[in-house]
Unconditional design. Structure first.
Length: 193
């Protein structure tokens, strides 16, 4: 059901806002999500979300990988008005090709257009920096996605005091998915753990 792989350390989260605030609400959304996670005790890398417009802008943050072992990538997905490198697929490809990226948990939050092809690629990747991954298998409203990740990372933080295991990822995802079901919010998040 889950692998024996572990990621050392308590969850430390780098929130990456790659939405470019294209519709005017996404930056505030990421800030609120980051603030809620911080108030719930989840350790964050930096004062708030790292805002990037293109994948290479991640390079500076990736130089200090000891500061985080989880990445929450907030992206527009596969929108028609996005450049190829600004889409989720562009970030995934860039991260996979980045030399020296240590094992991480990658969580993906698409705000507009669900990208099923890239989500499936993330969830089925055998050899990548993303030892564990959470990605949408369907469209989710921003409210549902935010609620899911708030619950997921809170549960993970509670149950992973010194390392992140596949079992903990599975358990945290199950609790977060159940919360969506109880709130009658549509959406399904897949996992690789």
């Amino acid at each position: 059901m889950w692998s024996q792989t572990t990621i050392p350390g308590r969850p430390r989260l780098l929130v990456v806002d790659s939405s470019e605030n294209s519709q005017g609400w996404e930056a505030e959304y990421c800030t609120r999500l980051s603030n809620v996670l911080s108030r719930r005790g989840v350790q964050l890398a930096g004062e708030g979300p790292l805002r990037v417009g293109r994948p290479p802008e991640l390079a500076e943050a990736l130089q200090d990988q000891d500061g985080f072992n989880c990445i929450l990538l907030v992206n527009q997905g596969s929108g028609e008005n996005l450049s190829a490198e600004s889409k989720l697929s562009g970030y995934w490809q860039w991260l996979c090709e980045y030399d020296g990226l240590t094992p991480k948990l990658l969580a993906v939050c698409t705000l507009e257009d669900h990208d099923p092809v890239t989500s499936q690629a993330i969830l089925s990747a055998d050899e990548s920096f993303a030892q564990f991954a959470i990605a949408p298998r369907s469209s989710l409203s921003p409210r549902a996605a935010g609620l899911f990740y708030m619950k997921f990372f809170t549960e993970l933080d509670v149950h992973a005091s010194d390392e992140i295991t596949g079992r903990m990822v599975w358990f945290s995802r199950s609790k977060a998915q159940e919360l969506l079901r109880r709130r009658r919010l549509e959406g399904d998040m897949g996992m690789r753990c």
